[in-house]
Design a protein around this ligand. Structure first.
Ligand SMILES: Cc1cc2nc3c(=O)[nH]c(=O)nc-3n(C[C@H](O)[C@H](O)[C@H](O)COP(=O)(O)OP(=O)(O)OC[C@H]3O[C@@H](n4cnc5c(N)ncnc54)[C@H](O)[C@@H]3O)c2cc1C
Length: 329
């Protein structure tokens, strides 16, 4: 089923604990900047229960319209049926998805349903005279590709979290459309027995407001515990460089960078991290960067808002103590 009468951009707004995930809101903000130039509109699609608050957030992030499907569903096949029906009815030119676990599951199935190709893990959109190209990486981040899409419509595109900045403007207004799309349960071939949260999933680096990350400079697994302790007192999530992960000081789910996760917390504390481009590319969107490194010429200081030159193993306990003291007051 290829769509021919296409216009407008559609963004799937995934919910986590009832609220839109940042990755979807970031896409809405970016796409809302593209739409007026081409005279097109941005439509968000939300599926779940009690979605009205999420719909308002989607409008604040850039949606002109929000299609709400109030339904308690949990299986991928149910989402696929609903999103296929919506795509068929509204005929978007591009259907964007966050490159979350769910987005990664949905995108290939939907491109099969619409008989188009998909472009995954996009990190940038390049505006062209006609339409745009998508930037995404391959070969473990060694190569950045700029891809033109000529596979028909709708273009099915997933965007990596933190690729764009989310901006919420609560004064924006938009249209809310309720759709009641039936799900044909006889077509569902799987049965959901149990949902088990993997440890890797529980590391929600992309949504974290504070990330405390450690690198090779922490020196040992025992010293790396200080990074975890600092993250704990800051109510943050632990990040790590590739060498820290390869040394097995922490699991791969914590890797920040080109071949890891892209993060954009309000505060990023880099401990014993040199500032290699492959690491910086995953955290340079952070709001405020604090770096602790014993080498005053370390490149991480070039992007840090505050730099502390010193031994991280000595500095971190002092920081932990100071934060605890501040909290106790
Ligand atoms: C294709 C590819 C993809 C990659 N993807 C990633 C990725 O996703 N994420 C990633 O992080 N890396 C990635 N890398 C690796 C990257 O190139 C760097 O090697 C890595 O980021 C460096 O990690 P680091 O800062 O922990 O270690 P180093 O570069 O060795 O830096 C350690 C730093 O600690 C400082 N230090 C030492 N002792 C102390 C101390 N006691 N106190 C304070 N500071 C101290 C040193 O001065 C130094 O600056 C990738 C590489 C390639 C080729």
């Amino acid at each position: 089923m290829k769509l021919t009468n296409v216009k407008d951009y559609m963004v799937y707004v995934e919910l986590a604990d009832g609220a839109p995930v940042n990755a979807s809101l970031e896409i809405l903000t970016r796409v809302s900047r593209l739409a007026p130039k081409s005279g097109e509109q941005v439509t968000a699609v939300i599926i779940g229960q009690n979605v009205s608050e999420g719909a308002q957030t989607a409008i604040a992030a850039g949606a002109d319209k929000v299609i709400c499907v109030e339904k308690e569903i949990s299986q991928l096949e149910e989402y696929v049926q609903i999103l296929t029906a919506i795509g068929k009815k509204y005929q978007p030119r591009v259907f964007f998805f966050p490159a979350t676990q769910m987005g990664k599951d949905l995108v290939p199935v939907l491109s099969y349903k619409f008989d188009t190709a998909s472009i995954t893990d996009v990190t940038d959109i390049v505006e062209k005279a006609e339409g745009f190209d998508y930037v995404c990486s391959s070969y473990n981040g060694n190569i950045l590709n700029e891809i033109s899409y000529e596979a028909g419509f709708p273009q099915i595109v997933s965007v990596k979290s933190s690729s764009f900045k989310k901006e919420l403007d609560s004064s924006r207004t938009g249209e809310i459309i309720s759709e009641d799309i039936p799900v044909d349960r006889s077509l569902i071939k799987t049965e959901l027995k149990e949902t088990v949260k993997e440890i890797a999933e529980a590391v929600n680096l992309e949504e974290a407001q504070v990330v405390v990350a450690g690198g090779r400079g922490m020196g040992s697994k025992e010293n790396f515990e200080l990074v975890k302790e600092l993250a704990d007192v800051c109510k943050g999530v632990v990040g790590a460089t590739r060498p820290a992960i390869e040394s097995e000081w922490i699991s791969r789910a914590h890797q920040v960078g080109q071949s890891g996760k892209t993060v954009a917390p309000k505060l990023y504390i880099a401990c014993g991290i040199s500032g290699a481009t492959q690491h910086i590319s995953g955290m340079s969107g952070s709001g405020y960067i604090v770096a602790i490194n014993k080498d005053e010429d370390a490149p991480i200081f070039d992007i840090a808002d505050v730099g502390i030159v010193g031994d991280a193993v000595k500095v971190i306990p002092l920081l932990i103590e100071a934060i605890k003291k501040e909290k106790a007051q």
